[in-house]
Write a protein that binds this ligand. Structure first.
Ligand SMILES: [Zn+2]
Length: 353
């Protein structure tokens, strides 16, 4: 009996041995799977490392090994050399108001900017674009294209230029003209083509009274969002309207909100126009009282200043403060030794293209 038990025990051991050999393929498959999985992980690591290597040198100067180990945020664009640093241009960072639209011109106009867009400083918007590493800020454009993009005149002459955007209209432009006439001051009006079409008599009055006219596009478009073709149409449509009324094609262009991109600046340079923004912002488009408009200007004005105000706006905007500030502004600046000139006089350029 015991012999039989030993016999069965030996048979069982032999059978177990066969079982091990049957499981071997499973083990091989697991190994194969592990091996594949491992290869995949290696590939991913290599891909990640490769990606970091590609990004590393572009985003900063740290060694590539560091960029593999760390997930660094993209560093800002290399700072300009001291010679490239623009002078502070506080008002170039401010969006031009959005006053707008009345009468026949209204259909061709976009909604008032103040209602349509948040009051985001242009500089800030440009800064966001800059972080992508491609777009130049307005300040950088001014530095790169000094003969095409102006914010002010010479600081060696105690002269300033008043500029009025977004006209002509029938509510405020005639009152602005009355105030300028009473104070014997010549100014520069950046007009919209669509509004000029609606109010040709006021355009002609502006010229008749000795002021200069510049181009503020046809329908107050936000230019950086336009193709060069559409940008060109905005400029040339306004120019055609204005030229038929005033007898010359304005050389001066003021982009709505002061905003323009590099491709468009190049187009402007190639076509012999001049971009004129400002370095003093009255913020009058906020329907400020005259005392506040006056204070905003007096705090920033200096020799060579180009001062931004408005002679037209949306129905909801009240530019009475602009009108009422003109007389005390002229008195104070004249008393301080300033003379008032048009933008072409300030910049020593012609008013026509
Ligand atoms: Zn404007």
């Amino acid at each position: 009996m015991i012999k039989w038990l030993w016999f069965f025990a030996i048979v069982c051991i032999l059978v177990s041995g066969c079982g091990i050999s049957q499981k071997k393929p499973d083990h091989d498959r697991r190994y194969t799977q592990d091996s594949d999985g491992h290869e995949l992980e290696l590939k991913n690591e290599q891909k990640a490392a490769s990606s970091n290597l590609e990004n590393g040198p572009r985003s900063d100067n740290t060694p590539s090994t560091t960029s593999i180990l760390e997930s660094k945020p993209a560093s800002p664009e290399p700072s300009a050399s001291p010679a490239d640093q623009p002078e502070p241009t506080p008002t170039s960072a401010t969006p031009v108001p959005s006053p707008i639209r009345k009468g026949n011109a209204r259909k061709a106009m976009p909604q008032p900017e103040a209602a349509k867009k948040p009051a985001v400083p242009v500089q800030q918007v440009q800064g966001q674009k800059q972080s992508s590493g491609r777009k130049l800020t307005l300040s950088q454009l001014v530095v790169k294209y000094p003969d095409t993009f102006k914010l002010r005149g010479s600081s060696q002459e105690k002269k300033v230029a008043l500029t009025f955007d977004d006209g002509p209209d029938t509510r405020f432009t005639p009152k602005v003209l009355d105030a300028l006439k009473a104070n014997q001051v010549k100014a520069t009006f950046f007009l919209l083509g669509a509004k000029a079409s609606a109010h040709p008599d006021i355009v002609k009055r502006i010229v008749r009274e000795g002021h200069v006219i510049g181009n503020h596009t046809y329908s107050h478009a936000n230019l950086p969002g336009l193709t060069v073709d559409k940008f060109q149409k905005q400029i040339e449509s306004a120019e055609n309207v204005l030229q038929s009324m005033i007898g010359y094609a304005p050389k001066l262009i003021r982009p709505p909100y002061g905003a323009i991109n590099e491709e468009q600046v190049k187009w402007v340079a190639d076509h012999h126009y001049l971009i004129v923004n400002w370095n003093v912002d009255s913020l009058d488009w906020k329907s400020l009282k005259s005392e506040q408009v006056l204070q905003n200007i007096m705090q920033q004005a200096k020799p060579g200043s180009i001062i931004l105000q408005h002679s037209g706006g949306a129905d909801s905007q009240d530019l009475s403060g602009t009108v009422l500030a003109i007389s005390p502004l002229v008195s104070k600046l004249k008393a301080a030794g300033y003379t008032f000139v048009t933008v072409p006089e300030l910049l020593h350029v012609t008013k026509s293209k």
